[in-house]
Ligand binder design. Sequence first.
Ligand code: CAA
Length: 293
Amino acid sequence: KRPAGAPDPALAREVTKVGIVGAGLMASQLALLFLRRLQVPVVLTDLDQARVDKGVAYVHAQVDKLVGKGRLDEGTAAKLRGLVSGSVDKSVFADADFVIEAVFENLEIKKQVWAELEKIVSPEAILATNTSSLSVTAMAADLEHPQRVVGVHFFNPVSVMPLVEIVRAERTDDVALATAFAVGKKLRKSCVLVKDAPSFVVNRLLTRFLGETFAAVDAGTPLEVANTALDPLGLPMRPLTLLTMVGPAVALHVAETLHAAFPDRFAVSPNLARVVESGKPLTDRDGEIDPEV
Ligand code: CAA
């Protein structure tokens, strides 16, 4: 069944090479997923060779793990290892037909990345962004071909989380949208079309969840109590584990974006800001919670 709002699948472009801009936490997981499910060349780039090498090494290590778990045969694994590569030179995207960016959540940085990319890729290439809260319309505003820009928002851990939010920006055309849905299907994800509005749908709820936890702390509830209070609900993760996985800085950024858009509905917790400022890892996995917060 076609997802609500998805265009005719016949409009989708074939994807024979994938470009990943970035080699960090989300980008390297995306590289693995695209490689495994599409089995086409996947190339990733980042600012320096060390980051690129780390991203490629992650993909290789995960391929090895899949072999170890009996999920991949050695022949396919060898093929996949040969299909992934990395470079600091974005010209490797010249013949990619689907490029997804997962760089730092900053509109100006993302706009710069896209402006640079547009000079390299073919005019037909679909440009996707994994932004979690920024306006895809604003990101594409200054491009020559904004109609091929689409939001394709994955969740961490990428290999496990089934949902992908697909975002139609103001000028996104049906070809880009159909390609995004077709790619999502090949990746075996459940894709939903969401409006290009701050933080789309999921991160509004996530921010509410983490935000209310920290609001309780701001009001004087000990962090440990706020963190464990929802255990009877049987949620897959406690708030602090989820926060650690998302990354406190990303969560704070999403909260700030939502506060800017809806000041009466979303607040930015001073305690969340302190967690980010401290730069210390925050985890409840071993029962240790930073007593300072
Ligand atoms: N990275 C990669 N894979 C992971 C992982 C991680 N951090 N954590 C678990 N997994 C994998 C495991 O390897 C396992 O895979 P296999 O079945 O292939 O072996 C699978 O997930 C299940 O793991 P567990 O048996 O340990 O299962 P669990 O019951 O503990 O579930 C979970 C793990 C699926 C991560 C679950 O805890 C969960 O759903 N947590 C909530 C995650 C969430 O809400 N993510 C969204 C964050 S928001 C975001 O990412 C977007 C944004 O823009 C900020």
